[in-house]
Design a binder for this molecule. Structure first.
Ligand SMILES: NC(=O)c1ccc[n+]([C@@H]2O[C@H](COP(=O)([O-])OP(=O)(O)OC[C@H]3O[C@@H](n4cnc5c(N)ncnc54)[C@H](OP(=O)(O)O)[C@@H]3O)[C@@H](O)[C@H]2O)c1
Length: 334
């Protein structure tokens, strides 16, 4: 049996879940970790993840990157510019890199210069760099594409996610737009401090590339869902009248018409608004395809399951900067 050794950068939700899954899966071993949070230095990873000790402690970056390993998992931020240097340091250490930043799902569209430099560095070092996750990463790039795999023609795609946001950290919830009154929500959207869900433009670009269509534009709108009562069950406490969720519409157009539309309905207490997690896919074409996943993909379980299951494919992949659509379909291995 091969064990894939992982170093984790960022010991938040994803980093901790990688530790948890490694304690259940003999094929995955977390052998090192580093964090910008000084309070975590020296702490055992298993204990940070809320379970039994692993004997592996959080160290400084230089020490972590000296540990013999196969993969650096970067789970820190959503933005390419903020993960760029970590990626190069991982490559320099001879590691394959898996990164959950949503912008890493279509890095050549975000900043071609940064993407080209990462690609070249990875090829020279003989390692592979991958942006991966649930959405973008698995829910559409694997499941959605698979649903189109036997149709003759695709005219239009519509998807909808109803997502329980209660498992995210305060940092992620703030960026999603949870905990603000209506006017500060709007101001923060305009100031690019609230993004809502970041995944769909990247997914739409990946689909357009795969289908060989020219995606002319991607537009987005977002509205807060205000709480009637205070909600204190998530990492951000929400008062009455503050945003406990949001509804976001993303439209990718081809030939002047909507080609891929996505609705994301997220909330920290879905049952309070009469909803439960659900993912639906509608593909119009020949033939029409309708798909529903119920309960919908849980963000935390799906992300870490997909990351873990992509690991062997990443390690075996051709060097360079690749996308999950370049890899075989992930499945649980050991
Ligand atoms: N593609 C997908 O489907 C997918 C899935 C899951 C997550 N993500 C993205 O992956 C990122 C990590 O997710 P998460 O749930 O693990 O978030 P999290 O729970 O907030 O953890 C992030 C960790 O990274 C640290 N961090 C934040 N910004 C950093 C920076 N600029 N440089 C270095 N460290 C930084 C945080 O430290 P502090 O505690 O000091 O803030 C925290 O320890 C998020 O941006 C999230 O949106 C994408």
């Amino acid at each position: 049996m091969t064990t894939i050794r992982v170093i984790v950068s960022g010991v938040g939700g994803v980093g901790s879940n990688m530790v948890r899954i490694s304690q259940m899966r003999p094929g995955i071993e977390v052998v090192g970790a580093y964090s910008r949070n000084p309070a975590l230095a020296g702490r055992d990873l298993g204990e940070i993840a809320g379970g039994t000790a692993t004997g592996v402690r959080v160290t400084g970056k230089a020490d972590a990157l000296e540990v013999d390993a196969d993969v650096l998992l970067i789970a820190t931020t959503s933005f390419l510019k903020e993960v760029e240097s970590d990626i190069h340091e991982g490559i320099r250490a001879g590691l394959n890199v898996m990164c959950t930043a949503e912008e890493m799902a279509s890095p050549f569209d975000i900043d071609p210069d940064i993407a080209r430099a990462i690609d070249q560095h990875a090829r020279e070092a003989g390692v592979t760099v991958l942006g991966a996750g649930a959405n973008p990463g698995y829910i559409y790039e694997v499941v959605g594409l698979a649903l189109t795999g036997a149709v003759w023609r695709v005219d239009q795609i519509r998807v909808r996610r109803v997502v329980d946001l209660s498992g995210f950290s305060a940092g992620v919830l703030g960026r999603l737009g949870i905990g603000f009154d209506e006017s500060s929500f709007q101001k923060r959207v305009e100031a690019h401090q609230i993004y809502g869900h970041i995944g769909f433009p990247h997914t739409m670009r990946s689909f357009a590339r795969r289908f060989g269509v020219d995606l002319e534009s991607v537009s987005e709108s977002i509205k807060p869902t205000l709480a009637d009562e205070p909600i204190s069950s998530a990492a951000v406490a929400v008062g009455a009248g503050e945003s406990a969720g949001f509804i976001q519409q993303t439209t990718g157009s081809v030939d002047g018409r909507p080609w891929f539309t996505a609705e994301f309905v997220g909330h920290i207490d879905l049952s309070s608004v009469g909803l439960s997690p659900r993912d639906s896919y509608e593909i119009d074409g020949l033939p029409n395809i309708r798909g529903v996943v119920e309960p919908g993909f849980n963000p935390q379980f799906t992300t870490i399951g997909a990351l873990a299951n992509f690991l062997p494919h990443l390690v075996d992949a051709t060097p360079g900067l690749i996308s999950v659509t370049d890899l075989p379909i992930p499945s649980p291995w050991i």
